[in-house]
Ligand binder design. Sequence first.
Ligand code: N01
Length: 533
Amino acid sequence: MMGANREVDVAIVGAGFSGLYMLHKLRQQGLSAVVFERGNGVGGTWFWNRYPGARCDVESQDYSYSFSPELEQEWEWTERYPAQPEILGYLNHVADRFDLRRSIELDTEVTAATFDEEANRWSVTTGLGETLRAKYVVMATGCLSNGRVPDFDGMDSFAGEVYHTGSWPQEGVDFTGKRVGVIGTGSSGIQAIPEIAAQSEHLTVFQRTPSFSVPARNAPLDPQFLQEVKADYPRRREVARRSPTGLPFLGNQALAMDVTEEERRDTYESLWGAGGFRIGGAFADLIVNQEANDTLAAFIHSKIDEVVEDPSIAEKLKPRDYPVSTKRICVDSNYYATFNRKNVRLVDVRESPIVGFDERGLKTQAAEYEFDAVVFATGFDAMTGALLGPEINGVNGVALRDHWDAGPRTYLGLSTVGFPNLFIVAGPGSPSVLTNMVSAIEQHVEWISDHLAHVEELGLSRSEATLEAEDGWVEQVNGIADMTLFSNANSWYLGANVPGKPRVFMPYAGGFGAYRETCDAVAADGYRGFVLS
Ligand code: N01
């Protein structure tokens, strides 16, 4: 337990992929560190998101740490796309293998962090009422950690069970014989819906915005393939480190508008057949040219028509008002086919919005629905939610909430002006959610640990981004986003899913490889844009 006057070099918030590796890295360089984790186990996203069907949309062999060749060789992934229990098992293995648990405090939420300018130390307060002093704070809090449940009228009066996909009960939920409603058709809803449909007596899906979804074509991993990957890991990881997505392949440089309609269709068919979201990168102009993007949208619409038997339902399932990839492409197993089941009904809440709940279920403007259980697959206060949850006060007592009043501002997504010695893993302004998260996390953790080593070697006590550097970075992030179609969707990338949240495109869309080069150049230039003192 924490003593009243305990002091460490680094306080890390969160024990997911980021926090675990950060702890390991800092220990290796001789710094003392403690991890605070609000859950009662490690795993972050993969600890909380246990809904039926929860599975990563990045392939197993690539959704894994690269820092330890031994770990790479010893861990055996079993499926093309890892299911939540397998990833959670992997992260628990990592925690044991690298002896991390003795520095992780579970069931401990960080509620505040205050910078003491005289001492250049952070005071970190937890929900247990204890305070710890730390020279540095690393926010390893994840991009999709704060679940959002819309504030519908009468929700408290509903007598049935209520769940959110992002905080699913550890013991699981049995929907057998139950009438279930699912609200939300993003990645989580699309994975959960086929599973809940198969188990429940009846499922009603409330859709506000249809998603573009592609088949995962998940399957057991061929041991021979896994052996080949393991033998090839050094090369594979190197490609991933330089690629735009943090994945071990480079996107197609050809333009959709430069090839014939037939060639385009063949390309889409082959990627649809292969499964997974690589279809989003089928051509280099899809995310910047509406006409090009329309060709992929039309292709996916045609696939929905092929699968869904009732043409009026197929029509409702087709996204029409935003470009493909400007909301995260979903990767599913039998999603569209689920709407051919007799026990599944689709309700378009654009046509007839939800007006509220009562004891038995919910009402839309057109009808009443009775449920035994309602599942909110309604997403997250993404990218900033977990950072703005605790009361973080920096120089002159300025609150992070105020500094980010008009939207998040960072230098490189790693640091923000007025909050010295505080670093963010996969923060707004970094490629994070547009890449393979594990690659993005490793790059940030390594950059932060190198940076702290540099500050320590110089015997200094403070590192802070300059306003000029932050302004320049914010401008660059916005400028790149403006060259794309991303702002044409009401996505969580823009905070558009949270009423009142400033509409700012939060991730860096210039590609992971280019971003890494920028971070490396900043370091090589004596940490340009930071004042070290
Ligand atoms: O959340 P979402 P998610 N009334 O925000 C609807 C990652 N992830 O948890 O679009 C009715 O995407 C909302 O409708 P609309 C992945 O990065 C990955 O599904 O706002 N509906 C939308 O349909 C993903 O992008 C994996 O109109 C309401 C849904 O709820 C991110 O997490 C799996 C509503 C929310 O979709 C978030 O995905 C799961 C309301 N008041 C998640 N409010 C994989 O790796 C919201 N909605 C595969």
